[in-house]
Design a protein around this ligand. Structure first.
Ligand code: ATP
Ligand code: MG
Length: 576
């Protein structure tokens, strides 16, 4: 440590909000170069490399072959797939000296597809999994928490190529299992959540989320069954259909100035001889949706009035179409839509599509807009008074909602996305016409999977999950060094003894960080706690009595061991 390129800091950096960011900077693992752009110092780089190696071993174990593509990429392939524009402001675009457009790769589906197309031409060559551990660039809107969300970051991205859907499923399963091994070895607490909504069947894409209060992803789980899903992917269990026989007729009422659900509920509780809550009303939210290459189309979304429309869920449901709320001009252009008093039939009258939450089923009766100012209709029955054009997952998901598998209720938690596995299918192979000759001599369109691990983000996620108020606590698998030996004794014999101990550990293949600095024991102990090596060995006062102290950083326990048996005791601790 007397020569190590390391300066620890006593104070938290001013821009840091989350513990991992504060500690990684204070402990001298990383330094900021620009917003979302970080420098890796010796200790940080060792953690990053250790994580890379775990990822590499497990990718190799499923037959992945490592390659390395450039970060600086030509525009054309991204033009072919439409992503040059679709990626929006997150894409770093630049020009070379001749004025040719280029980009810094945010993810590499295009290049991998083209690469395979250039090399392979027969079904006999497949299946194939290629991967890289490489630096990605995304001009994130909100770079955050140091390396947790960077604009330059390291990702492992792999791509599988198969000739059949069954083959793709097999490649996907292999990746899923490899990811479980990777995150298991790294000692991360994580959940696997469904990442796409109902239409896709839920198995086409899953995310691995490291559980953490500072996470930006909200997921829900059912503790009874283990069901877990991203909020965007939650499938609402449909309500119970009922018979429409004998239900009271729908009646329109003058409800006065009641443009909101709250004012409508107040009116109903005064005017109707039953108790009404927001859940008895049908809220109609007007949006416009545009499919790729299409026109904007008006769509009404009906949800029980006690729930908001969750725009992220709505976006996920209509993807790849875009969705926006109706503007004042849109309302002005569609007089059938009476703001504050819109009903299902008004949406249809305006030529729009009317979609409902899955709870709005045949035989349910609602209080909703009557499509005239100051009027609402009571007992409007689904399947009798109106028929929706379909259902849509757009209503907010709440804790306490029934889980889709019916096993219990949902509880919410926060996570950080550490990995993503995705059955892409033929989106990119269609764009580049990647075919191979099949067994029957006819061309077969290849099908692809795409799989990412946030390698640099993992450094922060582990730090986030493994720290205390004194500093970092690395798991052995990724710790920069196995053992941190601290000399806390000015005596010549003790110094020589510590050097001898370090030499023996080194000879035994143990990686040792040796605090040989001329600093006070207090300063050294504080740094040892901040830096977070799993085992700390103190050569201190006890050395005169033939003793050294072996401390476990994460449990805080300390054992006095005789100098003569110290190497064995430390090896036992290191090798578990
Ligand atoms: P997020 O929702 O966190 O933005 P993403 O959906 O954009 O992630 P992918 O495109 O699937 O992520 O990328 C694969 C992995 O790369 C993610 O699971 C994540 O671990 C990591 N990653 C993505 N963006 C960043 C970033 N800005 N900084 C660090 N790691 C990132
Ligand atoms: Mg992102």
């Amino acid at each position: 440590m007397s020569t190590l390129f390391l300066r620890t800091l006593r104070d938290d950096p001013a821009d840091a909000e989350v513990p991992s960011h504060k500690l990684l900077v204070r402990a001298g693992y990383i330094r900021r170069a620009a917003p979302g752009v970080y420098e890796w110092l010796p200790l940080g780089l060792r953690v990053l490399r250790a994580i890379e190696n775990v990822v590499r071993e497990e990718m190799n174990a499923i037959g992945g072959q490592e390659i390395l593509l450039p970060a600086l990429l030509p525009r054309e392939p991204y033009e072919t797939t439409g992503r040059w524009d679709e990626y929006g402001q997150a894409l770093f675009r630049l020009q070379d000296r001749k004025g040719t457009d280029m980009l810094l790769g945010p993810t590499h589906e295009e290049l991998f597809t083209l690469l395979v197309k250039g090399e392979y031409s027969s079904y006999k060559d497949l299946p194939l999994t290629l991967y890289q551990i490489q630096t990605k660039y995304r001009d994130e809107e909100r770079p955050r928490a140091g390396i947790l969300r960077g604009r330059e970051f390291v990702m492992k991205d792999s791509y599988s190529f198969d000739t059949s859907d069954a083959g793709l499923e097999e490649s996907y399963r292999a990746h899923r299992a490899a990811y479980q091994k990777i995150f298991g070895r790294l000692g991360i607490d994580y959940v696997i959540v469904a990442a796409t909504s109902g239409a896709m069947g839920g198995s086409a894409s899953e995310e691995f989320l490291g559980t953490s209060e500072v996470g930006e992803d909200t997921f829900v789980q059912c503790l009874e069954s283990g069901y877990a899903a991203n909020v965007e992917a939650v499938v609402t269990p449909p309500g119970d259909e009922r018979s429409i026989e004998g239900l009271p007729a729908a009646v329109a009422h003058d409800t006065g100035d009641t443009p909101t659900i709250a004012t409508l509920v107040d009116w109903a509780n005064g005017a109707l001889d039953r108790e009404v809550t927001a859940a008895d009303t049908l809220k109609n939210v007007l949006v416009k949706i545009r499919r790729p290459g299409g026109e904007w189309e008006i769509t009404g979304i009906g949800v029980p009035g006690d729930r908001e429309v969750d725009f992220k869920r709505l976006e996920a449901s209509v993807e790849p179409a875009q969705v926006e709320l109706l503007t004042d001009e849109d309302f002005a252009a569609n007089p059938a839509l009476v703001r504050g008093y819109i009903g299902p039939n008004g949406v249809k009258a305006a030529g729009g599509t009317y979609l409902v939450d899955p709870r709005v089923v045949t035989g349910t009766a609602w209080i909703t807009g009557a499509d005239e100012p100051g009027k609402h209709v009571v007992d409007l029955v689904v399947g009798r008074d109106f028929t929706p054009d379909g259902t849509i997952e757009a209503a907010e998901v709440r804790e306490g909602d029934l889980a889709p598998d019916g096993a219990g209720v949902l509880v919410a938690a926060k996570g950080i996305e550490i990995g993503h596995i995705f059955q892409l299918g033929r989106k990119y192979t269609d764009a580049f016409e990647l075919d191979v000759l099949g067994e029957d001599g006819k061309p077969v369109r290849v099908t692809m999977g795409s799989y990412g691990v946030g390698v640099s983000r993992l450094v922060a996620v582990i730090a986030e999950q493994r720290h205390d108020d004194k500093g970092l606590c690395w798991p052995r698998e990724v710790a920069p060094f196995d053992v941190h030996v601290v000399i806390a004794n000015k005596d010549e014999a003790a110094i020589a003894g510590a050097q001898d101990l370090v030499a023996q550990l080194d000879a035994a293949g143990v990686e040792v960080l040796f605090d040989d600095r001329k600093a006070s024991p207090g300063v050294k102990f504080k740094d040892a706690e901040l830096l977070g090596m799993p085992t700390v060995v103190v050569v201190g006062r006890g050395f005169a009595d033939g003793k050294v102290e072996v401390r476990d950083r994460s449990t805080g326990t300390a054992d006095e061991v005789p100098v003569a048996g110290a190497v064995e005791a430390i090896l036992a601790a290191v090798r578990g």
